[in-house]
Design a binder for this molecule. Structure first.
Ligand SMILES: Nc1ncnc2c1ncn2[C@@H]1O[C@H](COP(=O)(O)OP(=O)(O)OP(=O)(O)O)[C@@H](O)[C@H]1O
Ligand SMILES: Nc1nc2c(c(=O)[nH]1)N=C(CO)CN2
Length: 175
């Protein structure tokens, strides 16, 4: 399995630093990183605004569960503490596995609660789709369709105007 789209989110502490920790932890597998967006909290409104970004990672040796393990390692590196009473509550870093493709470019589908693929709520989240389309303008969310369609007429479309691009917060260091 080679290719994965991962989403990054942070709304506690030094948010940009936490996103950078995720990119650094994923290391050489990272192919391209989106710009950063400031986004209102989704699903649990009583918490600070998030910084969100999406990245495309490639590693011929990584299977789907390796991407999950790397996502969890990045969250640990950013000191994430889980609050079991608040599933969508604030966090230093959240790294979700949005979708994975095999060597021959076939999307992976899984209904394992430990790793559901594609991520079951990705199509509802402008904070995932908007940064993703920056790095893959012709991208598709497997099982849901074109990113362009999801962003213009899907359930996430209404939230797009609430996202603020933050070009002043680059995730990757300039050459
Ligand atoms: N595609 C996926 N990416 C990340 N975690 C997943 C995925 N599918 C299932 N999980 C499982 O979801 C559980 C909860 O993960 P987490 O606490 O990061 O959820 P969350 O980020 O708060 O909520 P959401 O999944 O809605 O973004 C984890 O135990 C993980 O194994
Ligand atoms: N804007 C925004 N809202 C969220 C986010 C997130 O990354 N961005 N993550 C959540 C839990 O996964 C819950 N709500």
């Amino acid at each position: 399995m080679t290719r994965a789209v991962l989403s990054l989110g942070s709304n506690l502490g030094d948010r940009l630093d936490h996103l950078r920790t995720a990119v650094a932890t994923l290391g050489d597998a990272v192919l391209v990183v989106s710009g950063v967006y400031e986004t209102p909290p989704w699903g649990d409104p009583d918490q600070p605004a998030y910084l969100n970004a999406v990245l495309l990672a490639v590693d011929p040796t990584a299977g789907p569960y390796d991407w999950l393990a790397r996502a969890r390692a990045a969250e640990r590196a950013a000191g994430r503490v889980r609050d079991p009473r608040r599933r969508l509550g604030p966090r230093t870093l959240d790294v979700d596995v949005i979708a994975v493709w095999t060597d021959d470019d076939q999307p992976v589908f899984s209904d394992d609660p430990e790793l559901t693929l594609p991520h079951p709520r990705a199509h509802l989240r402008a904070f995932v789709l908007r940064p993703w389309i920056d790095i893959q303008p012709y991208g598709q969310l497997p099982g849901q369709g074109w990113l362009t369609d999801l962003l213009t007429s899907g359930p996430a479309a209404a939230e797009v105007p609430e996202l603020s691009p933050r070009p002043d917060l680059p995730l990757e260091s300039m050459p």
